[in-house]
Design a binder for this molecule. Structure first.
Ligand code: ATR
Length: 276
């Protein structure tokens, strides 16, 4: 999707995937900076590790404690930091890495578009308190969710996240555990559903799917996880995580280029690449 967008924007850039061992992350970022890369995307398990490695952090990276996008910036003679993608012919005295998080906004945007649900004022159950679950729960709290329920296999992680949200967003009603009344949305942020033999991330003895209006699964491959299939049979609105993948990428592209991303073209390229 990034290369399709770069071609549409007539940028002579190229987006490449590189596999980096976590022990080499610092060296990889330093190498990209030395080679004057425009920027980077990072995925599991690098998003948390990259936070202390960036020279500057955007508010989004600070808030969510995770970096999925780095923009390299050059210091020009006026002392200003300019994205490398926008520097043409200026003398650069120094380069810095600037870390951002585009995942959080992407979750909310995808839920809004794909399920027509406004997080503000909604009652939401988040399954999973790992990297993705944590970003989602914090973002929902920041958006003004009405009630937030957090469930995780390792219960202590859900409890810890509950305390963190209570401290940061005292107005939000947040609880570790399943809801005992009807809610608007269940979000799967665990890795359960990636493999066909996976158990359901939701214990229907404790919370039947019929008690939620909608289900969002961050997994996008397979396109329909057993959780989504089951949710559909009980009449829930459902969406997989493709929109989240799209919007985090579109935001990253806008950060690197300073231009709006051609979202529909990126969506098409993504769908073609992932589902054929
Ligand atoms: P990500 O960054 O994609 O969120 P992660 O931080 O490793 O990756 O989180 C994976 C999530 O899936 C966690 O909530 C994890 O639960 P634990 O915190 O208990 O590990 C959840 N998960 C992974 N495998 C699971 C399984 N077999 N059963 C239940 N939950 C599982």
């Amino acid at each position: 999707m990034q290369n399709a967008a770069l071609a549409a924007l007539a940028l002579n850039w190229c987006y490449l995937a590189c596999e980096v061992h976590p022990d080499d992350l610092g060296a990889a970022i330093a190498g990209a900076k030395a080679m004057k890369f425009i920027g980077l995307n990072l995925t599991v398990p690098h998003k948390l590790l990259a936070v202390p490695m960036c020279d500057a952090l955007d508010e989004t990276a600070k808030m969510f404690g995770a970096v999925n996008t780095i923009r390299f910036e050059g210091k020009i003679s006026s002392g200003e930091w300019i994205p490398l993608g926008n520097i043409h012919g200026d003398e650069i005295s120094e380069i810095r890495s600037h870390g951002f998080n585009t995942d959080a906004e992407a979750i909310v945007q995808s839920i809004q578009e794909d399920l027509r649900i406004q997080i503000r004022g909604a009652k939401v159950l988040v399954l999973g308190a790992g990297g993705a679950g944590r970003v989602a729960a914090l973002k929902f709290a920041q958006e003004g969710v009405k009630k937030l329920f957090l469930v995780n296999r390792t219960e202590s992680k859900a409890e810890q996240l509950t305390l963190e949200i209570q401290r940061l967003f005292p107005h939000v009603e947040v609880k570790a555990g399943y809801p005992n009344a009807d809610i608007d949305l269940v979000v799967n942020a665990t890795s359960l559903g990636l493999k066909p033999e996976d158990a359901s991330p939701l214990d229907e003895n404790l919370f039947p799917l019929g008690r939620t209006r909608a289900v969002y699964d961050m997994i996008y491959r397979p396109a329909e996880t057993p959780l989504l299939k089951r949710a559909k049979t009980v009449g829930c609105h459902v969406s997989n995580g493709l929109g989240m993948l799209l919007y985090q990428g579109a935001r990253a592209l806008a950060i690197w280029t300073g231009k709006p991303a051609p979202v529909e073209l990126m969506r098409e390229a993504l769908q073609k690449n992932i589902y054929g």
